[in-house]
Design a protein around this ligand. Structure first.
Ligand code: ATP
Ligand code: MG
Length: 586
């Protein structure tokens, strides 16, 4: 980091591991954080893609590796910052030549392939709005999102188009262009263009138009864990948070090799799979393939990954495969491991120490927050089961509603309440697509209400209790499913667990748990009784499940979150609701 930058923004900028947390928080301001970024030349504003790519391509990082793609078949494709700047400029020129401009919506329906990353950054350069879709979505979720977001361009492949888009195309009048990765644009696809020749013909130089920090940049749909997915709007200014949180919460430094395992169809895969590491000038690994325990260990070893960002569902799958599987690999370069998306069970933190020689640092955020808000920092001891402490610049609190309905902070440590944030950080969403009322309902008395329940301990660490919708009310207790699930996970037979509340005439609700077993264990009445007893000893009678069912696997969203509402609906024989993001559906 340059000396003048340090002087401008204060020592927090160079103590990314936050040894001195209190001082970092006291000295931090988002205004000063902005000075870490360049802004567009000529004072023409702030553009996400400029900060991620072009400013490095113009400086000493030009020939440094920016992105390395690992394909399913074992191939590799590398982009230096200079090459990425050119490829994304070509893409921006392609959009311009198609008459796609500022504010127009460009959707991508692609796997983790170079075209997706080039399209995302090229779209942002052009001032258009980028919206990624999970390539595993079926026709209906794709139609619904393209319609809600008024997609003008869809970047995809011919195969994905025919399988998933052709049948709903007639219902998408705003979709003018279908840009197909590859060399061919079949004439029976209306508005089809072949991407490869278009890129080849385009100018590798592109002057990014003036971009206001408040210009719309990204649309991200939430995971749909608690209901119908919402489309969160994000602006170019978000890049300030992407950058700062990459440094502070993910400990990204010069020379790091970073691997974020999230799919760009989910906000983590964009904020941290694309933008943040590039703004920090590190090398990112992108793996096209689906989860495979041995492949993942091999990637960590062979690509010399130093910072790894993954999710509890992946960690539980690695745990399920057994820690012995990690032994033959040299994972000594892995310096920092972080997790997001769901509460990380304490067992997962312990597994990190056993398998990787490092604890896993949980952090918390949402599609709506656009970036990490609460984290276990690198230099501070991890508190297993805790989400960590707020980032400098983030004010988090536990709030409750008083008798008059007003929302206010609960300062007393250890009390459960709704997790709330003071609005004002740069990556905060600026609205839900087509749902102003729902957006407005997220704010009250100067707080943004997250919909999650948590508590804060006396040292300022936050502990996740559950989503407001998932919390179980039993005999006057509020029971967070996470607590029940974490206790079950301590049993050697349990690979995954989910807890829900079932109606009870006396207690209002009682806890029922669903359990998936590790490979060597078989479901039996005896094991069920053992688990019920095990949970009772750990949790006490009031909190422990009264029923346990075995399932081969738990229903999950495509971003890896357990869908408790679906387990509950099935249990009660109710309609399943929106299952567009359910893994395995299409
Ligand atoms: P929807 O809003 O559509 O129901 P979703 O909330 O799962 O879906 P995301 O924005 O992808 O969609 O997920 C954010 C949520 O994930 C958080 O509000 C929280 O409930 C959960 N979460 C994320 N990280 C953590 C964490 N470290 N610990 C506990 N919960 C987490
Ligand atoms: Mg949510």
């Amino acid at each position: 980091m340059r000396r003048d930058t340090i002087e401008k923004v204060g020592p927090w900028a160079v103590s990314p591991n936050l040894l001195d947390y209190g001082r970092a928080c006291a000295e931090f301001s988002w205004e000063r954080a902005r000075a870490l970024l360049d802004g567009l030349p000529g004072g023409r504003g702030l553009n996400l893609a400029h900060e991620a790519v072009d400013r490095h391509a113009r400086g000493p990082r030009r020939d440094q590796l920016a992105l390395r793609f690992l394909s399913k078949d074992g191939g590799r494709r590398d982009f230096t910052y200079g090459e990425l700047a050119e490829a994304t400029s070509r893409f921006a020129n392609v959009l311009r030549s198609l008459g796609v401009g500022k504010g127009d919506r460009v959707f991508a329906l692609l796997g983790r392939v170079p075209e997706l990353y080039v399209a995302a950054l090229g779209t942002l350069k052009n001032g258009s709005v980028f919206c990624p879709l999970f390539s595993a979505f079926g026709p209906e979720p794709i139609r619904a999102r393209l319609e809600m977001g008024a997609g003008k361009v869809l970047v995809t492949t011919e195969g994905l188009y025919r399988k998933k888009v052709a049948s709903v195309r007639a219902a998408l009048p705003s979709l003018e262009h279908v840009v197909l990765a590859g060399d061919a644009a079949p004439s029976d696809i209306p508005g089809a263009h072949a991407l490869a020749p278009l890129l080849a013909r385009s100018d590798p130089r592109f002057e990014i138009p003036a971009t206001a920090p408040e210009d719309l940049a990204l649309l991200h749909f939430t995971s749909g864990t608690t209901g119908r997915p919402k489309g969160a709007k994000h602006v170019h200014e978000a890049v300030v948070a992407h950058h700062v949180t990459g440094r502070l919460a993910l400990d990204l430094h010069d020379g790091d090799v970073f691997w974020c395992t999230a799919d760009p169809g989910w906000v983590t895969g964009t904020s941290y799979g694309i933008v943040s590491p590039l703004t920090c000038g590190v090398t990112s690994i992108v793996d096209e393939a689906e989860f495979d325990a041995e492949r993942w260990y091999r990637i960590l070893q062979d690509e010399r990954v130093t910072v790894w960002y993954t999710a509890p569902t992946a960690i539980r799958m690695l745990m399920k495969a057994g820690v012995e599987l990690a032994r033959p690999y040299d994972l000594s370069r892995v310096r920092f491991v972080a997790s997001v998306g769901e509460p990380l069970n304490p067992e997962g933190v312990v597994w990190g120490v056993e398998a990787l020689g490092r604890p896993i640092h949980d952090n918390w955020w949402q599609t709506e927050t656009g970036g990490i808000m609460i984290a276990n920092f690198a230099a501070l001891p991890v508190r297993p089961g805790s989400m960590g402490r707020p980032l400098p610049g983030v004010t988090a609190a536990i709030v409750g509603r008083g008798a008059d309905g007003a929302v206010s902070e609960i300062r007393e440590p250890g009390v459960e309440g709704e997790l709330a944030l003071r609005p004002g950080w740069p990556s905060m969403f600026r609205g839900y697509l087509g749902d102003e009322a729902r957006y407005a309902a997220c704010f009250a008395d100067g707080w943004y209400l997250t919909g999650d329940l948590a508590r804060r301990d006396a040292d300022g660490y936050f502990w996740f209790v559950g989503r407001k919708d998932d919390v179980i009310k039993s005999a006057g207790h509020l029971i967070g499913p996470f607590e029940v699930e974490s206790a079950l996970l301590e049993h050697p037979a349990v690979a995954e667990a989910a807890a829900i509340g079932k109606p009870d005439p006396v207690a209002l609700e009682y806890v029922k748990a669903f359990v998936a077993l590790k490979p060597r264990y078989a479901a039996s009445e005896e094991l069920r009784r053992e688990l019920l007893g095990f949970a009772r000893t750990r949790l006490g009678k009031a909190v422990a499940p009264k029923e346990i069912d075995f399932l081969p696997a738990l229903p999950r969203t495509r971003s890896g979150k357990i869908m408790r509402r679906l387990l509950k609906a099935r249990e009660m024989g109710l309609p399943e609701g929106d299952v567009s993001t359910l893994e395995g559906s299409s």
